[in-house]
Write a protein that binds this ligand. Structure first.
Ligand code: TRP
Length: 378
């Protein structure tokens, strides 16, 4: 990795983080911040691109997430931790970049197309009943929308399309990658640690930078994605750990619910008695693999032994789960204690974010001077 590279990454403020967030992203951020200049941004404006109707929890979610960042080892002395909305230059640069970004690049963004469909299904498309006395479209974007019943049962295909158009196909959502490009380019970010799903966005950021440079002269370095070699973190139901599946273990999971989740977690449905041979890894007999074994791999240095014992029917799932809990106890306790001590220090999170915003603003202001000059705005 080239010295002098600038690392930038962002996370939408979804509240408390789970183990998938930690092993998939956060741990990598902490490692990078040891020997790179790093910016880690709470992208609250990005949150609005899809969550513009539900902003009541935003402040709490930001705080909860930043507490997790800090407790996981992100150190404000080693990296810049800040909120996107505290640095107005993100909006200014995004606006200017939008001038040179062809609409077709955004419309062909595969992430956008997929997310649009996904959101229509999982978030807005699910409702119990349309409001009485009104056309179905009126009822849908209101708080009366509830989870439970698929929209297709209530809406015609045409109504569904109209709803998606009005509530999900907003210009802000389409504009998402332009704002993301601005995030990175404001700080001359060259390395962007992200998951696989973000690759189209980073590619767009590169193209946006290239086009700007070719029109106005060299201002931005081209950012490169840094794919985290993330271990697969399974949720307690065997699927990928995800907030929307509700199958997560939080980083700050309290001991009681940690125990409940682990003891109830998905293992190998074919291993009924302790002496039955188990299938800990994903295989045709147990396609998702055992979620407990996946956690042993992350938290138990002697996981190899566990695997053999399981496969040879020398340990049962209950004993294996208890043993995992014993390995989780220390790290989870340490994390919770660190988190609580930061929480107890009144105003600490706000101080860190304010200080980060100051440092970010200083760099962003310099970049914007060069951008305005290049564009002859100044
Ligand atoms: N789109 C990213 C995600 O959902 C979040 C993000 C916003 C980001 N701006 C960024 C990631 C800049 C990396 C760099 O995960």
């Amino acid at each position: 990795m080239a010295a002098g590279s600038v690392v930038f990454s962002g996370m939408r403020p979804t509240g408390r983080l789970h183990l998938g967030n930690y092993w998939g992203a956060l741990k990598n951020w902490v490692d990078l911040s040891r020997d790179h200049a790093c910016y880690f941004c709470v992208v609250d404006w990005h949150m609005l691109t899809t969550g513009y109707e539900e902003t009541s929890g935003l402040q709490v979610n930001i705080r909860e997430m930043v507490l997790d960042w800090l407790a996981a080892g992100l150190d404000p002395a080693r990296c810049v931790i800040f909120r996107q909305s505290s640095v107005a230059e993100h909006a200014e640069l995004a606006l200017l970049l939008s001038m040179t970004t062809p609409l077709s690049w955004l419309e062909n963004n595969p992430t956008w197309k997929e997310q649009l469909q996904e959101l229509a299904k999982t978030k807005h498309g699910i409702l119990t009943e349309p409001k009485k006395g009104k056309g179905p479209l009126e009822g849908l974007s209101e708080p009366s929308v509830q989870y439970g019943k698929v929209a297709a049962e209530v809406l015609s295909e045409q109504e569904r399309k109209a709803y998606i158009d009005r509530s999900l196909r907003t210009s802000g959502f389409l504009f998402y990658p332009v704002l993301q490009a601005a995030d990175i380019l404001l700080y001359g970010g060259t390395l962007v640690p992200v998951g696989q799903d973000q690759l189209p966005h980073i590619e767009l950021a590169r193209e946006i930078a290239r086009r700007f440079n070719s029109i106005y002269g060299q201002v931005f370095p081209e950012p490169k994605p840094l794919l985290t070699p993330a271990p697969r973190v399974q949720g307690v139901d065997g699927r990928k750990m995800s907030k929307s599946y509700g199958n997560g273990i939080e980083l700050a999971e309290p001991p009681e619910s940690l125990k409940t989740k682990v003891m109830g977690a998905y293992t190998d449905p074919k291993k009924i008695r302790a002496a039955d041979p188990g299938h800990p890894e994903p295989c045709p007999e147990n396609p998702p693999g055992c979620s407990i074994f996946a956690l042993h791999k992350l938290y138990n240095t002697t996981w190899e032994k566990r695997r053999v014992e399981c496969m040879e029917g020398r340990i049962g799932c209950v004993a294996c789960k208890r043993d995992l809990l014993a390995h989780l106890d220390g790290p989870f306790r340490e994390f919770r204690e660190k988190r609580e001590s930061i929480e107890r220090a009144a105003g600490e999170v706000d101080r860190i974010l304010d200080d980060g915003a100051k440092r970010a603003r200083a760099v962003a202001a310099e970049t914007m001077k060069r951008v305005r000059r290049a564009m002859r705005l100044a």
